[in-house]
Design a protein around this ligand. Structure first.
Ligand code: FES
Length: 170
């Protein structure tokens, strides 16, 4: 196997964790075209792309780690930090926008003390935005861990966050 850069030639990396090894084994090594599918599967498995995972992926695909990092940061779908235990997704599609999703998002940001794309300091809740969730008839819509909540008003943000915290005993 021909190293692609000096840092890879000189560095021995430990074996990947079993779940990642299983993903990598499904893809032939040294094939750059597998980079994005591997990143997608890895994120699907671990919920985000850790630095360690990106090093293993770079080694497997045969590209510098900087290339993997560059691809992972280019596409919105990839997350480089671990998500919280619970995820709130606020829809920002057109129907939801028209019915106040901006104000709703601001209400969640205020309630959680974070911005969209961030996770609360206690690691409990990640807040993010998404394009149309496919339930425009009940706009504005959010999902909490995949469960839909529609026709929301800004005052609902505090109640929903309280329910998550209560369920987590916080
Ligand atoms: S625009 Fe929000 S569900 Fe369609």
């Amino acid at each position: 196997m021909k190293p692609t850069c000096a840092c890879q030639a000189s560095r021995q990396i430990p074996s990947p964790p079993p779940a990642l090894a299983e993903i990598l084994n499904r893809y032939a090594p040294q094939k750059r075209e597998y980079l994005i599918p591997i990143l997608q599967e890895t994120q699907g498995c671990f919920k985000y792309l850790s630095r360690e995972a990106m090093i293993h992926i770079a080694h497997h695909v045969g590209v510098p780690v900087s290339k993997v990092y560059g691809v992972a940061t280019f596409y919105n779908q990839f997350k480089l930090v671990a998500p919280g235990q619970h995820t709130i997704l606020v829809c920002r599609g057109t129907a939801c926008h028209v019915r106040g999703s901006d104000q709703l998002l601001r209400a969640f940001e205020s309630e959680l003390g974070i911005q969209a794309g961030q996770t609360t300091k206690d690691g409990l809740i990640t807040l993010d935005v998404v394009a149309c969730l496919g339930s425009c008839s009940i706009a504005p819509v959010i999902t909490i861990d995949g469960k839909f909540h529609g026709r929301l008003e800004t005052k609902d943000a505090a109640r929903l966050v309280a329910e998550i915290r209560k369920g987590a005993g916080k």
